[in-house]
Design a protein around this ligand. Sequence first.
Ligand code: SF4
Length: 400
Amino acid sequence: MMEKELELYLHIPFCVQKCAYCDFLSAPSDEVQRIRYMDALVKEIGGYRKKYHDDYRVTTIFIGGGTPSLLEENQIADLFHALQQTFQIEQDAEITIEANPGTVTEEKLAAWKSLGINRLSIGLQSVNDAELKLLGRIHTYEEFLETYRTARAQGFENINIDLISAVPGQTVESWSHTLTSIAGLGPEHISAYSLIIEEGTPFYDYYGECRKDGSGTARDCASADMPGLPDEDTERKIYEMTADLLAGYGYKRYEISNYAKEGFACRHNLGYWERKQYLGIGLGASSLIGHQRYHNTADLETYIYKVQKKEEIREDIEELSLSDEIEEHMFLGLRKTEGISVQGVLETFGKSIFDIYGKELEKLKSEGLLEVTADAVRLTERGIDVSNTVFVEFLDPVTD
Ligand code: SF4
């Protein structure tokens, strides 16, 4: 029997401190908590051998968080030992670990390399120390540079750097300085997301509430201690300059917020956008297996208890209908700049994209938001700017 491809995501929900904008499933922890969690994680992995060992081969592994680089070398080594016992991992699998400056040492980098980790994703966000401080990051730009240089010296040849734009107080000049400084270093991959003020974060308590109570204009919540968010004009300029500036340094935008040098697009993330099967392991991790989407429990103590007792940790198991899957195929696939393959839709769903979405494609094309050819459907530049409005058009596909 032909083995199926599988991607693995492992969640490490610990950070030194919580950043002011962060709504990810992560929190500060003590050593005992980390030991108990890692023990449970290894047990969860072991439980998958029967189902996945013979029928699947793992093409990518992503250790994310949180701050996986907080863990000790032996904890990551135990994780890899369990993964190797449980899954068939391809020889050339892309294996990424997320690392935050301030938690990385030369010894850790050397240990990760020897375990086969071949991609590093460094959370920097800005080269401006005042912005880093405001975001609640624990590191300075200089500390990032130290991490980056040490990683290169240890032989990491595939490095991503995460950046955030539209942060409070940011100007077109400060964002341009961040982009040129980082592109000048020459990492293989850059992710550049715009800040979203998420509910439940200190930023929301401040900026979200301020916007709501009418004490400022929509975007202006500056006070003596806190700078205001960039106004719409600045935000638009910041957004528009990113792709052009990075193109000048040889980075191709391959997804709405992701840029890579030739051959270095993130295979793991492309898998998400292409709806490949992935298994999420650890606290709150999501999975797409067959026609099911689900996630693990997001409560740490419940997770540890249930894994130890071999009880069910999956929650919100959703059976996807054909219509759900077609919708997802469109939303996720259109995030990629190469768009959606017309032939791919036919092979996956047994129907032509033109039969499913004939009217919508025609409308969006005439509005200049989509490029539609015999081979592919993709967002135009203008379509990328208003991608969420475009995605709404692909709800409720015709499936009969
Ligand atoms: S380091 Fe990342 S995951 Fe941790 S609190 Fe900051 S943004 Fe969130």
